[in-house]
Design a protein around this ligand. Sequence first.
Ligand code: 13P
Ligand code: SF4
Length: 357
Amino acid sequence: SEDELHRRIIAAKSALGERVRILGHFYQRDEIVQHADFVGDSFMLAQAAKAHPEAEAFVFCGVHFMAETADILSGPDQAVILPNLAAGCSMADMATIDQVEDCWRELVEVLGDEPDASGRQPVIPVTYMNSSAAIKAFCGRNGGIVCTSSNARTVLEWAFERGQRVVFFPDQHLGRNTAKAMGIEEDRMPLWRSHLPRGGNSEADLRESRVILWNGFCSVHKRFTVGQIERARAQFPGVRVIVHPECPAAVVEAADGSGSTEYIRKEIEAAKPGDVIAVGTEINLVNRLQEQHPELTVFCLDPVVCPCSTMYRIHPAYLAWTLESLVAGDAPNRIVVDGSVAEDSRVALERMLAARP
Ligand code: 13P
Ligand code: SF4
């Protein structure tokens, strides 16, 4: 039963003490979040993995790419464990390393690889954190960088200091929203479709481009619509609408603010009693924020409950099992990134950590 799992998790955790740290993403269900030593957005979780050299192991309650990142940034003797190996991210799966390398070859064919008079490369690869370690490593090897939704603009500015344009993997929406906020025109952001030569773009399109967008998206965030925002505004005059930048551009434009899950949490923290806030992001976070703030009205823009199904795969039974295995001296479900993939992806991640203002 739920109660029994709860008791087992507490018992195993206290037997392990500070040797094991539980990290949890904001989208995790409450039954997991309540046991986490640290809860955050994906940027904060990457920092946390770097900041606890005393821990022997991290139990990462989140999705696969986040656990990979934790392994890359943590020490060589620290184990990173993903309680359920089936917790992936469908957006991250929308770009494979082979597709990315094919895209790069075609871009170099069209744009060349010689820097311009001011030393800027023809194109800098930027990958959203929501991608495989292999793609982060590709970026590290090719003068590129990683970003999260909390620093995408800073990272794009970093990239434009070094390149004439950017190719952005895999979330078209975060790429487009960030570039638009920087004043880049939409007709200079061609979409790359990996099944077509040159993504289906003309050579002129690619030469004139500023940001080449990969054709990926988050199936949770693409459900949000401008119609939902209009209905919320009609029903609650004065409502504040905040959304995650993985939402389509029209939704971000119709909202009052957009940002990472930590930005959303801070916005709720800063609200005044009686405020009404409609949120465009995953339901576990929205419901938790409402529970923590009974003095506010906080609701999800999408009336059909929309959990991230893969985040949800971290069930308390898996957490109990992993912690008990650690007590018994086993470390199951380890996520290990090694060799040149670890080395090169660390370069791209460290560039991101250093680029933060
Ligand atoms: P954050 O970086 O905002 O936590 O987002 C991660 C994510 O997967 C959102 O869907
Ligand atoms: Fe991936 Fe979307 Fe889930 Fe975030 S919410 S982990 S982007 S599927």
